[in-house]
Write a protein that binds this ligand. Structure first.
Ligand SMILES: NC(=O)c1ccc[n+]([C@@H]2O[C@H](COP(=O)([O-])OP(=O)(O)OC[C@H]3O[C@@H](n4cnc5c(N)ncnc54)[C@H](OP(=O)(O)O)[C@@H]3O)[C@@H](O)[C@H]2O)c1
Ligand SMILES: [Zn+2]
Length: 361
């Protein structure tokens, strides 16, 4: 055991600062014959865990080596193969982790069962302060909101799908600020295709949320703004898709398979998937089908409806909430604690979804 190796792991972890929100900063080194033979850290949101990067760096040499990592290795068969398995496969002899991860179950047992010596607590204090933001984040309350910009007659686009711009620049700037308070911003495929949005905060001062697009059959074109790599983008797609287009296999694009037919029946399927990436607050920005799906699955907490003093009419022009709609007024979803604010010439109406409203599913 050597403290200096854990210190190196802590220093490596810090290289991820600013790039891995909402994941924790983690660093790892592999040591053999008193020499560091592998370095790794969690480099970007949705990227490899630090242990995997260090094991790859060490290569075959890792057999019989010691592994120092700032956080307990993961052990769950979630979206990726667990680090415990990679450690066992690589033939590591001893594992030193600084801090226990309360979200991880059974990794110590798993490693020990496979003949690996496990030590906990080396530089624990430093390792905890490394992830203090993350620990605070874990305690924060989850929230799902809807934001839409509509005309006074409740339309979010013309019959020709034109939607730029319904509201004023002042309102749109406020939307950028609202985005910065969320972990993720989400849109449906039609919205992504029709509007080609960036979904960023368009400002260096405002934190960018992770972008999420529901693209069931991976149809987003290579040149789409959401694939520009400037901010991580999660693509939620159908798990039946076996071949992933080459342009989606790059840093900053995270693929999230779900059962889309289930997701259409219950938006919770998508929310749970996003939660597995430790994304707790999600701003849904349309379009009308996605908004309807989320609202009638009872996952929404509150809404931001921007209303512009415009009328565009047209039976075929989509309104803010799509889907089949309710049959009777008594079945309406209700919004409570409504507040109205004037933003330039527009109005912003905010409110919370009354969770006791009847829902159609
Ligand atoms: N003014 C605004 O604030 C604003 C905001 C966003 C978009 N828009 C406008 O809205 C239009 C697009 O809206 P839209 O309603 O046509 O499209 P959308 O909601 O962006 O996407 C609809 C697609 O999502 C699928 N879908 C719906 N719920 C789903 C779920 N729970 N899981 C997986 N997939 C699901 C639908 O599948 P199925 O077809 O199989 O049902 C459909 O293919 C564009 O013209 C855009 O400009 C305006
Ligand atoms: Zn891991």
């Amino acid at each position: 055991m050597n403290v200096k190796y854990m210190q190196t792991a802590i220093n490596l972890a810090k290289k991820g600062k600013g790039k891995i929100y909402t994941n924790p900063m983690v660093g790892c080194v592999i040591v053999k014959d008193n020499k560091i033979i592998g370095n790794g850290w969690h480099q970007y949101f949705g990227g490899n865990h630090a242990e995997i990067n260090a094991l790859v760096d060490a290569g075959k040499n890792a057999k019989g080596a010691d592994l120092y990592v700032t956080l307990e290795p993961c052990n769950s068969h979630g979206k990726r193969s667990p680090c415990t398995l990679a450690i066992i496969k690589a033939g590591i002899k001893r594992v030193y982790y600084a801090l226990r991860d309360k979200n991880v179950l059974g990794s110590r047992e798993m490693l020990e069962k496979n003949g690996i010596e496990v030590h906990e607590g080396l530089l624990k204090k430093q390792a905890r302060s490394l992830i203090s933001d993350y620990l605070k984040y874990l305690k924060s309350k989850p929230k799902i909101s809807i934001k839409a910009a509509m005309t006074l007659d409740g339309k979010i686009a013309t019959y020709n799908y034109d939607s730029k711009w319904i509201t004023s620049e002042k309102s749109r700037n406020l939307v950028y600020e609202i985005r910065s308070h969320y972990d993720a911003v989400l849109v449906g495929l039609n919205t992504a295709i029709k509007d080609n949005p960036f979904l960023t905060t368009h400002s260096k001062k405002l934190k960018n949320p992770v972008r999420v697009v529901i693209d069931p059959y991976l149809k987003l074109p290579k040149t789409h703004n959401l694939l520009d790599g400037n901010v991580p983008t999660i693509i939620v797609y159908d798990l039946s898709i076996a071949s992933i287009p080459k342009h989606l296999k790059k840093e900053g694009i995270i693929l999230a398979p779900v059962d889309i037919s289930m997701a259409k029946k219950d938006f919770n399927v998508i929310v749970r998937k996003l939660n597995s990436f430790s994304l707790k607050s999600i701003l849904i920005e349309g379009g009308s089908e996605i908004i309807s799906s989320a609202l009638f699955s009872n996952v929404v907490d509150d809404v931001y409806f921007f209303i512009a003093p415009k009328l565009i009419g047209g039976k075929g022009a989509i309104s803010v909430v799509g889907g089949a709609g309710v049959k009777k007024i008594s079945e309406s979803l209700r919004i409570k604690n409504m507040k109205v604010k004037k933003i330039g010439q527009d109005f912003l109406i905010t409110g919370q979804l009354d969770k006791t409203s009847p829902t159609v599913i």
